[in-house]
Design a protein around this ligand. Sequence first.
Ligand SMILES: [Mg+2]
Length: 368
Amino acid sequence: MNIATVELFVIEMPLKSPFVTHLGAVTVREGIIVKVTDQDGCSGYGEGVAFSTPWYTEETVKTSMHMLTDLLIPLLQHNPIQHPQQAAERFRSVRRNYMAKAALETALWDLYAKNKSQPLAKLLGGERAVIASGVVIATDSIINALKQIDSYMEEGYQRFKVKINPQHDITLLKEIRRHFPEIPLMADANSSYTLQDIDRLKSLDEFQLLMIEQPLGVDDIIKHAALQKELQTPICLDESIVTFEDAKNAIDLGSCKVISIKAGRVGGLYEAKRIHDYCFQQHIPVWCGGMIEFGISRAHNIALASLPGFTIPGDISASSRFWEEDIISPEVTVKNGVVEVPTESGIGFCINEKRLNETIKAKKVFTF
Ligand SMILES: [Mg+2]
């Protein structure tokens, strides 16, 4: 891979409506777009999915920019790589900082696939032509949640996820089940419970949830195993799984029956695929989680979710779920509950340069 330049763009866009969890509300999304261009002028794109503040993981846009600028990009300068997997391996000399790594690694995958004239999905081993689409409802108002489910059902979404916490769970789920007894429903707790809430968590079994996502702490793989023994509802781990080893430990300990894979959370597509392959072998279903992302990360998610182990509809919604206008063209759309996997090379979407330029707050260029 003859890299000529790497460009970093810090962009910012308001959400159409606030995304509310017990950890706070996201109203404006900052993100990092990585553009890697080779000596033939071909470009690959990646997206850094850390938030402005460390509410979801320890990383932020600023820490990602520091890692990319001062450590990760220099690891590729003066020492070319032949394949994106080599970048993933080389980045191991930097501890953690998975979102910063993924921003650059995913851009390399897009470029590599374009150089091979192959769709990224196919290059990763994807088998699906379309993927089932799910949506996240993140509001602290029960009435708004019901309204949103109603309108997303009309748009054809196949799975609905609500954010819950000990102050906002039973009444919300009861109302949803009263109005929509049959919908595929799951709940994401973002670590808002402890084992002391075990009776409360057991009482959620009656709502026939597909799964409960990340009920306990990020580093509580052992307590999740104790909880899973008591719950009928499958536990899905999200924030707890940031490496292949985490996934293997969680499965071996019985801490979960489902895993949400996010390339951004695990350092990129190479590690995401390793986790997928192990889960597939162990008969643990996986799905692709969302990060309130822009179109580039969304496109990478579509490629990843085309792998055979992604048997549960993920958080891959239309661009219009969050944005008035996305930075890719065409935008991601959901028709009859599914998103088409592109057949063009790379991520299969072009950049909407006009929209991207409108959103850029800062830019850095690195010449190789
Ligand atoms: Mg989650």
